[in-house]
Design a protein around this ligand. Structure first.
Ligand SMILES: C[S@@+](CC[C@H](N)C(=O)[O-])C[C@H]1O[C@@H](n2cnc3c(N)ncnc32)[C@H](O)[C@@H]1O
Length: 219
């Protein structure tokens, strides 16, 4: 999610006192939760349905990965919507806030939290129903300047996510690509690695800004 007047900087905006600031911001909580709710609706968007099927039903036992779960705002919404949630984040400063909430909240008791890189996840193949990522996925290419390196990493991660999903598994990525070119390489990393789907932009004429990738594992 965009900070009030600018895009956040990784990792600076998520470590030490900034993690505390993030977690005590009501504005941030509202925005993360709103984006998560929109993304949950997109997970069941009928445009992803096959002609002959009625779509994947969400059930009590559906397992969802929350990639870049931060301090747990998005995971909380997912639990409230009936998912079993595994939240993953690379920064201990953010994840420890989620752990604190888990300790004191009955609702978050079942939340599973893993300190890991989205690009290198300890998840079994064919074990996950859904994947969601709220305001985090643009950071996975952090530190890479070279176009070829970015494409290679994105493709590798796209392939891994595809392997983690069960048949017809769905993914929604809500993120902030910095321009059309960046959007293209992120989208292609899914479409070229076993997914079908499409892009939804909050403000279509804006080059950057809130963007959703709605994806389904191709049969
Ligand atoms: C906007 S914040 C968290 C948003 C989260 N949806 C929430 O509800 O709090 C973005 C998060 O992405 C995480 N992140 C960035 N790169 C990552 C990576 N490669 N692997 C895992 N997490 C990452 C950051 O540590 C940060 O906590």
């Amino acid at each position: 999610m965009v900070r009030k007047n600018r895009l956040p900087i990784f990792p600076d905006d998520y470590i030490e006192d900034k993690a505390e600031e993030y977690d005590s911001s009501k504005w941030m909580e509202r925005n993360q939760k709103r984006s998560t709710l929109i993304s949950v609706e997109y997970l069941f968007d009928e445009r992803l349905n096959d002609i002959e099927d009625i779509g994947t039903e969400m059930g009590e036992s559906s397992l969802i990965l929350d990639l870049g779960c931060g301090t747990g705002y998005s995971s909380e919404v997912l639990i409230q919507n009936g998912f079993r949630v595994v939240g993953v984040d690379i920064l201990n400063d953010m994840l420890s806030k989620a752990r604190e909430k888990k300790k004191i909240s009955k609702e978050l008791k079942k939340l599973e939290l893993i300190l890991a890189d989205i690009n290198n996840l300890p998840i079994r193949n064919n074990s996950v129903d859904y994947i969601i990522s709220i305001s985090s996925y643009n950071f996975i290419i952090h530190g890479l300047e070279n176009y070829g390196e970015k494409v290679k990493l994105l493709n590798n991660t796209g392939k891994n996510l595809n392997n983690f999903l069960k048949n017809k598994g769905r993914v929604v990525i809500e993120f902030y690509p910095k321009d059309d070119n960046e959007l293209k390489i992120f989208n292609k990393s899914f479409i070229n690695n076993g997914f079908e789907g499409f892009v939804v932009k909050n403000k279509p004429k804006q080059k950057s800004g809130q963007t959703f990738l709605l994806l389904k594992k191709r049969m």
